[in-house]
Design a protein around this ligand. Sequence first.
Ligand code: CO
Length: 213
Amino acid sequence: MITYNEVFENNKKWIQERKATDKDFFKKLAEGQTPNFLYIGCSDSRVTAEDLMGTEPGEVFVHRNVANIVSNIDLNAMSVIDYAVGTLEVKHIVVCGHYFCGGVKAAMQAKDLGLLNPWLRNIRDVYRLHREELNAITDEGKKHNRLVELNVEEQCINVIKTAVVQKTYMSGGYPTVHGWVFDVQTGELIDLKIDFAEKLHEIQEIYNLGSAE
Ligand code: CO
């Protein structure tokens, strides 16, 4: 386990390593960011966006919360999406869930979780939408994994429901939204291959915010 002081020792080493490879590394970083990706993932300490994607500083704009939820009344998530799409003009938005997710596991329990109730309600809602499929799975581990995947899909839909994503896509052809799952046990990143165009089309039947102007 890393100690408090080791963090700052590591930081000094990291600066030296970066400068050894590229002496202007930090000068370039200070000039600005042009990330291609917005990554929305879980806060879980095992699921680090940059490591699992193999990206460098400046390449991915990151938002993480418990169980990678995209709630339309969460000012934080909505601001991140608005800024990433409207200003940074990211080309890809990823919602990345993970197997062995404590948030999803908690939501599957029949109990009062206090302050977490309203947050994890989002996952219980996903369960309700897909209860026939989920109830048919007898193995608890497999049921959990499937709910992780369905939660990712539902949060992708929530991203697509936003006006900024719809309008930017209608006028510029990007961003596209992707659903991923990280398997903590194998390290594998799985693309759920969500059909963005099809989802957008379905969503716009009811949540069409993109054809204004
Ligand atoms: Co998690």
